[in-house]
Design a protein around this ligand. Sequence first.
Ligand SMILES: Cc1ncc(COP(=O)(O)O)c(C=O)c1O
Length: 366
Amino acid sequence: MYLIDSDGKQYLDFGSGISVNALGHADPEVTAAVAEQIAQLSHVCNLYHSAPQADLAEMLCNLSFADKVFFTNSGAEAVEAAIKFARKYGQTVYGPGKTEVVAFTGAFHGRTMGALALTAREKYQAPFRPLMPGARIARFNDIEAAQKLIGPETCAVIIEPVQGEGGIHAADPEFLATLRDLCDRFDALLVFDEIQSGMGRTGKLWAYQHYGIEPDIMTVAKALGAGLPIGAALMTDEVASAMHPGEHGSTFAGGPVVCRAAQVVLQRVSQPGFLAHVTAMGELLREQIEEIHSPHITDVRGVGLMTGVQLDIDAAPIIAKGFEHGVILLNAGADVLRLLPPLIAQENHIREFTSTLQTIFSEIMA
Ligand SMILES: Cc1ncc(COP(=O)(O)O)c(C=O)c1O
């Protein structure tokens, strides 16, 4: 739960490297699995499967809606894969012209050219135009806006069930249900980007399980590799059937070592007891933050250990004070504190954190 800097100062980590270190730092089981795997086989080219890769794919399918998995090295690459698979599927099954991808305001899907086109933020997009054509952006949680943009030319609709970078905003159940209906009506694929919200972060293995709505493709990354770079696009057999060997690929993706690490994480975070712990700790964290009663805290929201603290001031000075007081904090936008502790956080860590946050808010007021 702690990081130690080069001067020996200790920090309680409430950022997890942006939702990555679900098992904290230096987990002994991950370390042992990686060491054992690298001593045996570190790489084979993507003309072959390896046992760690096949086993991980099987675990992911058993634990989700999916039938097939394509591995990547990062989240953005998983989104790129999803875009390519959706375009290939749309054009193969329904003909040319079915190429548009609908995404939402506040979303973050990554910084590669396809993912960037679906991440509608001027600061991120402006220097890199022209972007991938066919991206359409509707207002998040606005049913009418989605109805206007989703149509016969839509091959996919991509959404984070709980927006992370956008400030910890959960999709309304009715909104997600409408997207599922619109996708079915217009033969478009529904893509859930669970790169930040997945892997147990919300107290369910996948955030979509809170809604009882399944996607056709899901992107996963971040916590999957326990700090090693891995992403994945999970999909149904129907979607996979449009893709053939050689149409997409990656040299390093799904290597034996990262897949072995991911097996350990997935095995641990998918245990019902582990997920119940995430739910309980998330509730405790939000309760304790409410107790701070700072006039600068205007909303505390979230699910599981994915919490946003809405401020009426900039988050930056609070984060800087966090460093002074030995806690690592993140922001999401200018005025939201984003709390993403490792999922192994115990009650004493939550209490240590909120007591430090209380001190920070008192100092801000002084
Ligand atoms: C929801 C979501 N999608 C995609 C990405 C991009 O992942 P990566 O940084 O691994 O490319 C992120 C990263 O923050 C994310 O939170």
